[in-house]
Design a protein around this ligand. Sequence first.
Ligand code: ATP
Ligand code: MG
Length: 570
Amino acid sequence: MKQRNTLIPTLREIPADAEIKSHQLLLRAGYIRQNASGIYSFLPLGKKVLKKVEEIVREELDAIGAAELLMPALQPSELWKESGRWGTYGPELMRMNDRHAREFALGATHEEMITSIIRDEIKSYKRLPLTLYQIQTKYRDEKRPRFGLLRGREFVMKDAYSFHSSAESLDETYEEIFQAYTNIFTRCGLNFRAVIADSGAMGGKDTHEFMVLSEVGEDTIAYSDESSYAANIEMAEVMESYSYSDEEQKEIQKVSTPEIKTIEDVAAFLHTEKENCIKSLLFKVDEEFVLVLSRGDHEINDIKVKNFLNADTVELASAEEMNEIIGCEAGSIGPCTLDGKIKIVADHAIKYIRNGIAGANENGQHLLNVNPERDFTVEAYGDLRFIQEGDPSPDGQGTILFAKGIEVGHVFKLGTRYSDSMNSTYLDENGRSQSIIMGCYGIGVSRTLAAVAEQFNDENGLVWPTNLSPYDVHLIPINMKDDHQSALAHELYDGLKNNRFDVLMDDRAERPGVKFADSDLIGLPVRVTVGKKASEGIVEVKVRKTGEMLEVHKDELLATLTDLLTSQSK
Ligand code: ATP
Ligand code: MG
């Protein structure tokens, strides 16, 4: 490709609203442009990388016998009503009407669509198992679109769905896809880890996320310093490894704590540690109010609360609701005096509190020497808090540490969540009707591109791994008006192309400094500069990643480039 025939609008300045490296560089190097919040065009370079990621995904999925299909983005609301998600998916689902006022959604995901196809086409156990996938544009009206392609409102996803007549068959496919994902992210050169995850709105059981380790990741991974244990902190189990105190239970006592709102303030004011305080949060769980207790130095995990109470939605009660139900502000809520009035559940650690401190359910008042069971009744104890660094690893080996991750892939065992609600059944060997067992598997293709850009760059620009680089070679004639240079550049351009190198030639009438700066920004693995020694047939080769430079005669160029590119792709 000649640069004058394509569109690579590079920028010298860092765009003001781009916070992270990958977003800045993809904009500056002319790979993408934003069209609206969370909505991007892939310019020619961006599109080429996207295609390369897609090809890796396709190769690895085709290799395990998954078949590609393409489903529509526009989906009738009836399907989402059948599954129940028209109601539960919330404002992230983009909804619209057609000219006949029929409701549609722009697909945020395709469980409903694929299930509707399969229930019509698969009727017998003989057709199972089956794995189908697509690479397609998804729409999610994210609350906070940000970081460029990492969290868009329109983005490219690979979504795969598998169909089975037994749990064992699902396990097998899950394993195969897990391995295919490992191959895909390895081929993309990413530093990643598969972690235990929460199934969220999908409603599955067994699930893992593939996380690229990165400071800009929005997810936190809890991992053991001694074993292979790794989980999203949303899910990481906390072991009940506390011990009872033999301190005598003292008499409860009310104290005035004016203007004290946070646990930190309470602990400081009463000269104690946060772990002696009982944190009490009022949640609205589906339609019921529930008081959830944790130790003052712990954080309640609403996903665990949701799973523990088997609820669809869990949200913190508003200040008005707290006032109405308990009669005080958030900072003064506590479990005593609420017995019987409101359901109380507590994290395991609460059981072990002796002579603790809790809100008195009166503004500006706290209670000292509060003891569980003596002073309040807990309906159920569970693992309701976030794991913390320093906690024992849930597999019993080592201690938990945290790392930040970007979720690039997600694999779920769905079971019969969708086939039950949407009535997708097959006849088994005995002629009995059974629900099809399903798995679903996503990869954020455009997010993966951004994650690679985030990992592979330096102060001058992007530094693509050879597998994903939009072109193999950047050919730069310093002066196109010089006959020797122009002739040699065209000769090399044709020769490289004929030998299956993908070449970008900078045929613009720009100053050398501009061409070199743009070339570094764009980040192709090797640059070939045709300059003063063109008349001798000599060019300069520079490796983007290492800065290594060598002079090469044109007759040796093919061999040199082959060597450099293959050694880098290892
Ligand atoms: P997240 O927790 O980041 O919102 P999710 O759990 O909603 O992700 P899934 O529904 O599992 O994501 O979607 C499959 C994959 O699609 C994710 O693993 C991720 O790589 C990608 N993805 C999800 N949301 C976005 C988005 N807004 N922009 C880009 N990629 C996304
Ligand atoms: Mg999401």
